[in-house]
Design a protein around this ligand. Structure first.
Ligand SMILES: *Cc1c(COP(=O)(O)O)cnc(C)c1O
Length: 395
């Protein structure tokens, strides 16, 4: 079955719901038993697999988990209240005091904070590694390295990681591979075909796609599932019924949305390349991007979150305000993956510890992170052009 078909059909069972196309929303904490025998029987089944208590799952959450597992190509999916909880929960599930974690240097910022604070306090040591390290990561593996955490491309600098090479080295050293797969969504990178054991989605982003909820998913291989299951139950990770329902509604259209995001994003990226204010566009689907060969080899498409480096002449607060304040269509704010466009300045320099930013030999400018929504890209380009005009006039 192709992805577009899976996105539409997975997790649906109208015949069990009076023919209704969508599964009903179960709001439940208590799950009653009709007889004492039934209650005793429920005590014997795996609470992670059956409807025994609202925290662990209802037909609504099981349906969504099933749909995400099918699209990512994994064994099981579990839900978490946020994308960040879908990172911290698995890290706590697979790591113990005395263990060593290899974390990619361009990871999502709060992932880094979690390693440097809570994991560190609990006795887990983190070593950051250059996202471009590839198979040389074997040189950083230790006998106690339990997890190699990956993210490709990083959602700030868009450096592309060689996931299969990293995974091979990790497995040879006895570690499991976790990946934050949010950029590509479950459609454009198939983590389990490239050696990943645990794949994370901030469903807040493209899966939901409508900027109106926060939600995380963790999908694993069959071999990696038991530890995730235990940690997920112990931590009480769960997600609210209405948010799960809305995310599933978003998932039904993800294939058409992503195709348009990809196309619109590339159109704006190509235009940005022609601008004198722009030193470089950071987008792995552009042929000249340093990560392009890996993207082409491993990915099935590109989402519409990317970066560009503005000439440092425009780094001042005055220039930034001129560009951003009167934008018609680009919002300023955290998150991405919704139907609307966003533009924010970012500075990854101070947080990197294992590899320099900008990369050696690449231009140093003001990094802008841009998310291209589902507006007409010609309108977005006109809006950016007007912003660049205001910016030039302001400095
Ligand atoms: C947003 C994001 C997350 C976290 O998702 P939340 O739902 O906001 O907690 C994780 N990883 C990446 C790459 C993200 O962009």
């Amino acid at each position: 079955m192709k992805d577009a078909t899976k996105a539409v059909t997975a997790g649906r069972s109208p015949h069990e719901n009076h023919g209704a196309v969508n599964p009903p929303v179960y709001h439940a904490s208590t799950i009653l038993s009709e007889t004492y025998a039934e209650m005793r029987a429920k005590g014997k089944v795996d609470p992670a697999d059956a409807v025994t208590y609202g925290v662990h799952g209802t037909p609504t959450t099981f349906a969504f988990e099933d749909a995400v597992a099918q699209l990512e190509g994994g064994f099981r999916t579990r839900l978490c209240p946020t994308g960040l909880a879908a990172i911290s929960g698995p890290l706590l599930s697979y790591l113990s005091a005395g263990d060593h974690l290899l974390m990619v240097d361009n990871c999502y910022g709060p992932s880094r904070r979690f390693c440097d604070t809570m994991l560190s306090r609990l006795g887990v040591e983190t070593t950051y590694y250059d996202p471009l390290i590839g198979s040389d990561i074997s040189g950083l593996m230790r006998s106690n390295t339990k997890v190699v955490f990956t993210e490709a491309p990083g959602s700030l600098t868009f450096e592309m990681q060689d996931i299969p090479a990293t995974a091979a080295a990790a497995h040879a050293g006895g570690a499991i591979v976790m990946m934050d797969n949010t950029w590509a969504s479950p459609l454009y990178f198939k983590p389990f075909e490239h050696g990943v054991d645990v794949s994370i989605q901030a469903a807040t982003k493209y899966i939901n796609g409508h900027s109106d909820l926060v939600l995380g998913t963790v999908t694993t291989t069959e071999a990696a599932y038991p530890e995730l299951r235990d940690g997920w139950l112990q931590l009480g990770l769960s997600a609210g019924a209405d948010d799960v329902y809305l995310a599933m509604r978003g998932l039904r259209t993800i294939e058409v949305r992503l195709e348009r995001h990809w196309k619109n994003g590339l159109k704006v990226a190509d235009w940005l390349k022609t601008r004198p204010e722009v030193l470089e566009v950071l987008h792995p689907a552009l042929p000249e991007d340093p990560g392009h060969a890996i993207w082409k080899r491993d990915f099935l498409g590109a989402s519409s979150l990317f970066g560009f480096m503005l000439d440092p002449a425009y780094r001042s607060e005055t220039a930034m305000s001129a560009l951003l304040d009167d934008s018609k269509f680009f919002g300023m704010g955290a998150s991405w993956g919704g139907f609307e466009s966003l533009l924010v300045p970012r500075n990854p320099k101070p947080i990197r510890t294992a590899s320099a930013w900008p990369r050696p030999g690449r231009p140093d400018g003001q990094l802008m992170r841009i998310h291209i929504g589902l507006e007409d890209p010609d309108d977005l380009i006109a809006d950016l052009e007007a912003g660049f005009d205001r910016m030039r006039a302001a400095v």
